[in-house]
Design a binder for this molecule. Structure first.
Ligand SMILES: [Zn+2]
Ligand SMILES: [Zn+2]
Ligand SMILES: [Zn+2]
Length: 338
């Protein structure tokens, strides 16, 4: 069963997807379905003995190109629609223990190229209005397979957080003639207390309005609405800043940091989204090495976040952890033979 049910109070879609309850849950490393198929071994999702970056359709999709008819009839207060869309899995590496924080820059550049290709290909389909590139990492955010991978959801609607950001960006542009994120970046680069890592083309920072203690925005300095505008030089610099940031995350508490990563960029609904400025958002669910940040009464019940930390202090912690600069990330990659 899978369908879209309208939430009449929040005015947004809820996706039901009951078949996902049966998906593979934390299999032993020898039975990882995302590893290459070993000669004579059990068949995995990738019937080859090696690969670089692989994309395939999720076997337990929330959205499907040919969705089943909804299980319930729509009502006057709660419309129901088929859950049409596409869910893909992106395997970053054939190596089970790899991570974006430690893999060669050349491989991360390939991952970025794949993201861009899929944004263009999925976005070109008439029923796809938004392409969400994201990654859930770590059991704390519900990951069921440890193999390094991300996901791409091609939505039949613009998801509500993106829609809200776009409305704010459009209003700011109408008011000032400027891009909202360009203005935020200008403010953060002038007052560098919240900067985490600065590349030639991309920067990572904790915004002053962060909702999570180690929340990071990673964005191109130059105004870009979507991945469609990425050049090879953009993707090369993105790989360095992304790897450096994630290496800092893992160095912070000296263990792999769980996080949710989501890319916000222009919808593919044919509208004018020139005021949209692409960015990655990262939400690690930790408050400290051992304490999880729970979305409790104020957050879940009222939609208001309480951040127990100051962005200026957590940004300083992240600056001290891991590689100190993009030059250090590049030097380490050269030492790896990259
Ligand atoms: Zn694996
Ligand atoms: Zn901008
Ligand atoms: Zn955003």
């Amino acid at each position: 069963m899978s369908e879209l049910r309208w939430h009449p109070f929040l005015e947004q879609w809820v996706i039901t997807a009951t078949h996902r309850q049966d998906r593979t849950f934390l299999p032993p490393e020898d039975y990882c379905p995302l590893c290459p198929t070993r000669p004579g071994g059990f068949p995995t999702e990738v019937p080859r003995d090696d690969y670089d970056v692989v994309v395939f359709e999720n076997r337990f999709p929330s959205l499907q190109a040919a969705p089943p008819p909804p299980a319930v009839a729509p009502t006057a207060v709660s419309p129901v629609e088929p859950a049409r869309g596409i869910c893909e899995v992106v395997l970053y590496s054939p190596h089970h223990r790899d991570a974006l924080a430690s893999m060669p820059l050349a491989r991360i550049r390939n991952v970025a190229r794949v993201w861009r290709d899929r944004y263009l290909a999925l976005g070109a389909k008439d029923f796809v209005r938004y392409v969400l590139v994201f990654e859930n990492r770590g059991e704390a955010v519900g990951v069921t397979l440890h193999h390094p991978h991300g996901q791409i959801y091609a939505f039949p609607f613009v998801p509500p957080i993106v829609e809200r950001e776009l409305a704010a960006s459009r209003a700011h542009h109408a008011r000032t003639g400027r891009c909202l994120l360009c203005d935020v970046l200008e403010q953060e680069l002038a007052d560098d207390r919240r900067l985490v890592l600065a590349g030639e083309r991309f920067v990572a920072l904790i915004p002053s309005f962060a909702r999570y203690p180690y929340e990071v925005y990673l964005a191109p300095r130059r105004h870009q609405a979507s991945m469609a505008e990425w050049t090879a030089a953009d993707m090369a610099d993105l790989a360095v800043v992304l790897k450096g940031l994630l290496a800092k995350y893992d160095a912070l508490f000296d263990r792999p940091l769980p996080y949710v990563m989501a890319v916000h960029q222009a919808p593919t609904d044919g509208g004018d989204h020139s005021s949209c400025h692409l960015h990655f958002e990262f939400y690690p669910p930790l408050r400290s090495a051992t304490r999880l940040k729970f979305l409790a009464g104020c957050e879940s019940g009222a939609g208001t976040f309480i951040n127990d930390t100051l962005a200026e202090e957590t940004a300083a912690e992240l600056r001290r952890a891991g590689p100190p600069s993009v030059e250090a990330v590049l030097a380490a990659d050269r030492a790896m033979g990259g």
